[in-house]
Design a protein around this ligand. Structure first.
Ligand code: AMP
Length: 215
């Protein structure tokens, strides 16, 4: 399947994308994961992105489009892709539309995962992420703790609170989402691609998406 997952930070896009990869082998493409990997590896991209990310601001559109133009043409995308955290602005959505037209690719659906703001805040402040850039598994100290405190079940690396998951950065990221990303809902509604999902569980969101894509 070829889809975009929209939703505020903490809406569960990453978890849903990971579950969807198991459905038909589509790959998850998370710009956040790619950027965190670049920051940790100290690449030129990482150096340019780091300050924006720490502050809870968006990384400039041209850097993001550079990443995506390359990534979408890698061979593993042929089976399908799940875009998680991209596009985040109207210029990114316009640029993606042009890129997909150039590559002859059609999107199946744009799923907007709706979660109440208070629930988002609760989830983000209790979220923990594996530091291993190859893994980046997500835990929650309340609802989904690792078996051993502070240690990733999957790869044994430490799990930590992300730099941008302090209360101040979270509130900035949510404001940024409202201002810059939420207009994409209307953009994709007009394109006839929007599916709104408000199931409280990731499994419910996955079921709604797979029903729409296969139906
Ligand atoms: P995420 O893990 O998707 O919440 O992304 C973490 C941070 O990476 C965001 O707060 C932004 O600073 C940056 N980022 C990720 N994806 C994008 C994007 N598509 N456009 C701009 N910045 C992004």
């Amino acid at each position: 399947m070829r889809l975009i997952l929209l939703g505020a930070p903490g809406a569960g896009k990453g978890t849903v994308a990971k579950l969807l990869t198991q459905v038909d082998g589509s790959v998850q493409i998370s710009t956040g994961d790619i950027l965190r990997g670049a920051v940790q590896a100290g690449t030129a991209l990482g150096k340019k992105a780091e300050a924006f990310m720490k502050a809870g601001d968006l990384v400039p559109d041209d850097l993001i489009m550079g990443i995506m133009e390359t990534r979408l043409q890698e061979p593993d995308c042929a089976k399908g892709f799940l875009l998680d955290g991209f596009p985040r602005t109207i210029p990114q959505a316009e640029a993606l539309k042009a890129l997909l037209a150039k590559l002859g690719i059609k999107l199946d659906v744009v799923a907007n995962i709706e979660v109440p703001r208070q629930e988002i805040l609760n989830r983000l402040t209790t979220r923990r992420t594996c530091v291993n850039t190859e893994c980046q598994a997500i835990y929650n100290v309340r609802s989904q703790p690792p078996k051993v405190e502070g240690v990733c079940d999957k790869c044994g690396s430490p799990i930590v609170q992300r730099d941008d998951e302090t209360e101040e950065a979270i509130s900035k990221r949510l404001d940024t989402y409202d201002e810059k990303t939420s207009p994409l809902i209307e953009f994709y509604r007009k394109e006839g691609l929007l599916l709104v999902v408000d199931s409280p569980s990731s499994e419910g969101v996955v079921a709604a998406i797979t029903a729409r894509v296969s139906g």
